[in-house]
Design a protein around this ligand. Structure first.
Ligand code: HGY
Ligand code: MN
Ligand code: MN
Length: 409
């Protein structure tokens, strides 16, 4: 059985790496904080009897051999990078529960037919480059040396950050796993919503992952004197145009009842209390579990934005930063997790994931599964993010039993 105290101690230890003043965590990709967290997790992996290495994308991997030599591996894990002022559980819970599962198998001498690999993926969040899931994209063979030009706020590219971290971006293709080499990927993660809390349940089985589209919207107006420029046609106020588009985003996303639209980043220039904003860029994160619904909302927003900007004499440009299809969890993984919940006396509950996860990148490589742990008040990407020790241990035990089932298929 899962050692709840050991799992909880490790969660607390990792959470102290990159602690922010506000009590959150900041571990951006290819920084010292992500490096320190991976080094600590590597020490836990060795305690769990795993063979530890890092691949060409910086994914930290701990391997446990199966009774059958070779053959496809069952992969499990999550990430240890975070958003800029995130919580203690988003990512590390999945990595540490996977290490715990492997350690219990090691201690109890549980033989599995297939090998098991525990992974801490590089840069799931995309907080530094607005281009996330770098490690899982690379492992799925979706990234080459020419795909690493995205820049962070200081203008550093992914490739440059990799080099400073000791990786060779030219070799990122070496992280790719051959087709057929992975039997399944299963991740434990906090729900980051309120479904399980409202149902009074500690764990849930994920049916699928909503697909995010990330866009950068640019508005080109004309900086001008706030005092001498009359309201109306003479003003080409980029921020006023952007505000009208933000209102449209909220209206169109709300209208479907299932889509979510968020403007998380806003930048304006030149910036001054008495200057009409000349230039604005916004980020748009648009998601739905149904890709057709999501893309319909996207096209209505972009059509409306063009009309708004034309009417205001403001230029409008769109860049797509990432576009991911919703990813369904496999029947096999869902059934294995459902059975594990029943064995443990938890009422099985299925639910979709509004948040994106690394499994979305692996869906072309192998079937995926996800298990959720209850989040207090549904809060995440926030220092107040919290899951109880009991719920974390319950999720880890459901994960372990699910992994054993899939590794003996
Ligand atoms: O953005 C997401 O949904 C995830 O937390 N990376
Ligand atoms: Mn996460
Ligand atoms: Mn997250």
């Amino acid at each position: 059985m899962t050692n709840a105290d050991r799992l909880w101690r490790r969660i607390r230890e990792v959470a102290e790496i990159g602690r922010t003043e506000g009590g959150g965590v900041a571990r951006l990709s290819f920084t010292g904080e992500e490096r320190a967290a991976k080094d600590l997790v590597a020490s836990y992996m060795r305690e769990a009897g795993l063979e530890v290495r890092e691949d060409a994308a910086g994914n930290l991997i701990g391997r446990r051999e199966g009774s059958e030599a070779g053959g496809p591996v069952v992969l499990t894990g999550s990430h240890v990078d975070s958003v800029r002022n995130g919580g203690d559980f988003d990512g590390p819970l999945g990595v540490l529960a996977a290490v715990e599962a492997a350690q219990v198998m090691h201690e109890e001498g549980t033989a599995t037919r297939r090998p098991l690999e525990v992974v801490a993926f590089t840069d799931e969040e995309g907080a530094r480059f607005s281009f996330g899931m770098i490690g899982s994209r690379a492992l799925a063979g979706l990234l080459g040396p020419n795909d690493l030009g995205q820049t962070d706020g200081d203008g550093t590219t992914v490739a440059e950050a990799m080099r400073s971290y000791g990786l060779d971006p030219q070799r990122i293709g070496d992280a790719a796993r051959p087709p057929g080499s992975v039997a399944a990927y299963v991740e434990l993660h906090i729900e980051q919503g309120k479904v399980l809390e409202d149902a009074g349940l500690p764990v849930g089985v994920v049916t699928g992952i909503a697909g995010p589209v990330w866009l950068r919207l640019s508005f080109e107006g004309e900086a001008g004197h706030a005092g001498t420029t009359p309201m109306g046609a003479q003003r080409r106020d980029a921020l006023a145009a952007a505000a009208a588009v933000m209102r449209l985003i909220e209206e169109e996303a709300t209208a479907t009842g299932s889509t979510v639209g968020t403007v998380g980043l806003l930048d304006l220039s030149p910036g001054g209390i008495n200057i009409i904003p000349g230039r604005v860029t916004l980020s748009l994160d648009l998601r739905d579990i149904d890709e057709t619904v999501r893309d319909g909302v996207e096209s209505r927003i972009l059509e409306g934005a063009k009309e708004i900007c034309t009417g205001r004499g403001v230029g409008f440009r769109v860049e797509t930063l990432q576009r991911l299809a919703p990813a369904p969890c496999s029947e096999e993984a869902r059934a294995a997790a459902w059975a594990a919940c029943e064995e443990l006396g938890f009422e099985p509950r299925e639910l979709p994931s509004g948040a994106g996860h690394d499994g979305m990148q692996l869906i072309g490589l192998c079937p995926i599964g996800m298990i959720f742990v209850r989040s207090r008040d549904g809060i995440s990407h926030n220092p107040a993010e919290w899951s109880s020790k009991e719920d974390c241990a319950a999720g880890a035990e459901v994960l372990r039993r699910t992994l054993v089932t899939l590794a003996n298929r």
